[in-house]
Design a protein around this ligand. Structure first.
Ligand SMILES: [Zn+2]
Ligand SMILES: [Zn+2]
Length: 227
């Protein structure tokens, strides 16, 4: 009889992780995609008067549920089906088994909770991103809502006589002596900004002073051969 309960992907994954990818019945390793979630106390007892009797018999907590982490184990499909609806006798082994399952189950439950919390956060952030992309929301709206201010890159002011010798879309991020680190929002490079820049900085191809990222002129993309 197939299981009635439909496990979510997250529950299945959390159980797989809590059992370290090992079948609870045969102990052999199994991959997530070939694994199934099985019940220690058979699912057929769910919602039956027998369940109360079983709980008393095994000394189970009143909060015990058939479809809960404290009764779920990781199993091969064939190990799962082989066990089927076996009725267990009360034995120390079974009690110990249920204890172990409850312990691992607590770990799986917590893991599933964090997975879902992460997913929810990602989903919300995704939606906010779409809203900004489509113009429904402005970045400023969100910042304003939470009393935040957009921190813009502070433009670095050059000393008198200094200037950029590269196209204006390059913004100065840092200045060390006469060499500025500049960015166009995607890439970083270095360029001289002093009053008399050394011509060795000139790009032979586009005749700009770079900016250079290593040996590459970021304005035209050509590579200089050091000679
Ligand atoms: Zn197995
Ligand atoms: Zn160039």
């Amino acid at each position: 009889m197939p299981d009635k309960y439909k496990f979510t992907k997250e529950q299945h994954f959390a159980v797989w992780e809590a059992y370290e990818g090992q079948c609870y019945w045969c102990g052999r390793p199994l991959e997530l995609k070939e694994s199934t979630v099985d019940h220690v106390i058979a699912e057929k007892y769910e919602g039956t008067p027998d369940l109360a009797r079983i709980k008393t018999l095994y000394g189970l907590d009143d909060s015990f549920q058939i479809n809960d982490y404290c009764n779920w184990v990781l199993a091969h499909m064939h190990c799962n089906f082989r066990k089927g609806d076996d009725v267990f006798g009360v034995s120390p082994a079974l009690i110990a088994c249920l204890h172990d399952v409850a312990k691992r189950g607590a770990r799986a439950r917590e893991r599933c909770r964090t997975i879902l919390a992460g997913n929810r956060k990602d989903k919300v952030l995704g939606r906010v991103g779409v809203a900004i992309d489509t113009g429904v929301l402005k970045q400023e709206d969100i910042l304003e809502k939470f009393g935040l201010k957009l921190v813009r890159e502070t433009e670095i002011e050059l000393p008198p006589g200094f200037c950029l010798h590269v196209p204006g879309y390059w913004k100065i991020m840092r200045l060390e002596g006469e060499i500025a680190t500049v960015s166009n929002g995607e890439r970083f490079g270095r360029t001289p900004v002093g009053p008399e820049p050394d011509y060795s900085w000139l790009c032979g191809n586009c005749k700009e002073f770079g900016p250079w990222n290593g040996a590459m002129c970021l304005t035209c993309g050509c590579r200089s051969c050091p000679d």
